[in-house]
Design a binder for this molecule. Structure first.
Ligand code: PRP
Length: 219
């Protein structure tokens, strides 16, 4: 598949593009235009779950002890409560996959849509768990297009005192990565694919179309 060759994007140290056979296989089916919403939704969640293994790698842990049926032994547990924060609507499509692997996470919601004419994000909701700032927050949105929504969401989280933020998406455009690099250089981006470019309407190419509509069958 054609991938971005933009040197700024390639040099972005906080960009993690997954190169995994299973993720690439599933993403291929997700991209396919006649994949219907039942399968699309299932695959998007499965990909999110697979990505979480890497996204959570630096989560803080603390030592604890457990009693096995045989004896006491040392173990570790997550030291901080994690918040999964989907950007509505499409972010919901990846959240279940993350929560299946990490059911102890809390969930925040950021409601935001992109004005179709200006491509600027419009916020209509921000509901976060109490003390979300005490642990990592995974911001979830399948599409990083111009990056406007992701940057606005990060700024909103930062206003609440949240500093440990990661963004997980399915497909990212170089334009969005550049915008994140410029405005939120400390926020790591985890994406299943880095696509070629945006078209004039702000859609990712080759992309997968409108993730929200395909997830929820609204078009
Ligand atoms: C899409 C997508 C992102 C945003 C990306 O949402 O899910 O939230 O656009 O675009 P950007 O990087 O240029 O800001 P959309 O506005 O289609 O809303 P939806 O999730 O309700 O479908």
């Amino acid at each position: 598949m054609t991938q971005a060759t933009d040197p700024t994007v390639q040099a972005f140290p906080n960009l993690h593009v997954f190169d995994h056979p299973l993720i690439r296989h599933k993403l291929g089916i997700v991209r396919q235009k006649d994949t219907r919403y039942e399968r699309f939704r299932a695959l998007v969640n499965q990909i999110a779950g697979l990505m979480l293994f890497e996204v959570s790698r630096a989560f803080p842990v603390e030592p604890c002890s457990v009693d096995t049926p045989m004896e006491k032994t040392e173990a570790v547990r997550l030291a901080r409560s994690v918040t999964v924060c989907p950007i509505l609507r499409a972010g919901l499509g990846m959240s279940d996959g993350l929560l299946e692997i990490m059911p102890e996470a809390r969930v925040g919601h950021i409601g935001m849509y992109r004005d179709e004419d200006t491509l600027e994000p419009v916020t209509y909701l921000c509901k976060l768990p109490e003390n979300a700032a005490s642990g990592p927050v995974i911001l979830v949105d399948p599409m990083l297009a111009t990056g406007g929504s992701a940057v606005a969401a990060v700024k909103m989280l930062e206003k609440q005192g949240i500093t440990d933020i990661r963004l997980i998406c399915l497909v990212a455009a170089p334009e969005g990565v550049r915008t994140m690099h410029e405005h939120c250089p400390d926020v790591p981006i985890y994406t299943a694919a880095l696509d070629r470019q945006l078209n004039a309407d702000g859609f990712i190419l080759p992309g997968l179309g409108d993730a929200g509509d395909r997830l929820f069958g609204t078009k």
